[in-house]
Design a protein around this ligand. Structure first.
Ligand code: AMP
Length: 414
């Protein structure tokens, strides 16, 4: 890790402003999964134990950016955090009007700010509408960017050390994740951020071999860059899920009504050729579970690599599970992003579960990223067998693509 971390800064008596990822699933004020809160605790406890005061900020969900919305309030998270920390957590109802609450904080005390995304300038995203001229769009974007700087400056005024522990938001250049670093001299990574980057970075740059990557999920177009880069790094690339059928079609197979991106066929052919040229093994399904409709109650059949007309492949088949499990069995490093089928529906969950069991049994260093693969692993009850479960879906994918994450890039170099 070439960025400074929490261990590199003196904290006693200082005021820390920390970006965390408290984007937890919440309904009617009840948090159904507090993994992300738990994941931030090591950094939070460290700051408090070292005698600093702590201002926490986060986004939650996708509010409209026009002020308070009860469904997206972080207030219940403050109460939950107080419970798990065993100490009071103050709450400021507007993240940009928290001067009094911040001033009242003493060393060892914590304050959570309300959802940063209640302010549009956090993301500073402008959607171009049909009525908007190019000039208007440009002007609106520039105006919002200016407001974003002001927001970042305000947030920066709450602390003298900035800690970014929100790996899940590190691929976004938002006011609270990256822009804030323009206005605070000391900007460091939290322990969760450090851990995520170490695991993902090591896996890609310095893996124990054989290194097997497993990619799945719906679309090839979401994973173009990652397929390309991983073919420079891995020994074996396993492809499953909806994205596999674009590859099968590119090889000349019939895919019926399966997901298939016709505009990516050339890309798929290029990747198949690249794997061959690089001497990498690229594994595609050899059989599939086909359904007559996209429904848990659909009629199903196991088919080979030509999907009958009118049918759609919604999972990899039993032979494919065996082939993939055999490749995973010998691995020393596994990176997995994206399910092998529509695992949310029971008849199409076996492929994802089979891969999950193979990864768990392999003894390899295993790194799981992407919301769906993480929930599949959690559902399987095998989470404890994985080495690292990433808290950031999009961020881990962009990291694997080799992109610089703005929230990391903005931190102080070592
Ligand atoms: P992604 O967000 O790209 O990781 O895609 C995850 C989604 O892909 C999940 O909701 C799966 O149900 C879906 N998916 C996986 N395999 C298939 C498939 N063969 N056909 C359609 N959808 C799929």
């Amino acid at each position: 890790m070439d960025k400074k971390t929490l261990k590199d800064v003196e904290l006693a008596g200082r005021r820390v402003i920390m970006r965390v990822d408290f984007n937890v699933p919440i309904k009617g004020g009840v948090i159904s999964d507090d993994t992300r809160v738990q994941a931030a605790l090591p950094s939070i406890r460290h700051v408090l134990e070292k005698g600093a005061s702590l201002v926490l900020m986060s986004h939650l969900g996708r509010p409209k950016g026009k002020g308070y919305e009860a469904d997206f309030s972080l207030k219940p998270v403050a109460a939950h955090l107080a419970q798990v920390l065993g100490r009071p957590v103050a709450f400021a109802a507007d993240c940009l009007a928290a001067d009094a609450e911040v001033a009242a904080l003493k060393p060892g005390e914590v304050l959570l700010l309300e959802n940063t995304r209640f302010h549009k300038e956090e993301e500073a995203k402008v959607k171009k509408t049909d009525e908007m001229t190019d000039a208007e769009y440009k002007d609106q974007k520039a105006a919002l960017k200016e407001k974003q700087q002001a927001m970042a400056q305000k947030l920066a005024s709450y602390g003298d050390v900035f800690v970014n522990d929100a790996f899940g938001s590190a691929h976004r250049a938002h006011a609270s994740t990256a822009v804030i670093c323009k206005y605070i001299g000391t900007c460091v990574a939290g322990f969760l951020m450090e851990k995520e980057i170490q695991y993902l970075g090591n896996a890609v740059e310095n893996p124990d071999r054989p290194f097997v990557a497993i990619l799945g999920g719906a679309k090839v177009s979401d994973k173009l860059a990652v397929v390309n880069r991983l073919l420079d790094k891995v020994d074996t690339l396993i492809i499953g899920g909806g994205m596999a059928y674009t590859f099968l079609k590119a090889q000349g197979h019939e895919v019926g009504n399966s997901l298939c991106e016709l505009d990516q066929l050339d890309y798929a052919r290029e990747m198949i050729a690249k794997a061959q040229a690089n001497g990498r093994q690229l594994l595609l399904p050899v059989d599939n579970i086909a359904a007559d409709k996209f429904d848990a109650a659909a009629a199903t059949q196991v088919v080979g690599n030509d999907i009958p007309a009118g049918w759609m492949a919604l999972d990899i088949g039993p032979e494919t599970i065996k082939v993939y499990a055999a490749a995973i069995q010998g691995a020393k490093t596994v990176v997995w992003n994206g399910p092998m089928g529509c695992f949310e529906m029971k008849p199409f969950a076996a492929g994802t579960l089979g891969v999950c069991q193979a990864v768990a049994a392999s003894g390899a260093t295993s790194i799981i990223g992407g919301g769906d693969s993480v929930s599949a692993v959690n559902q399987s009850g095998l989470a404890a067998h994985m080495t690292h479960i990433s808290t950031g879906g999009g961020a881990s994918l962009e990291f694997l693509e080799g992109k610089e994450l703005p929230g990391v890039a903005a931190l102080n170099d070592k």
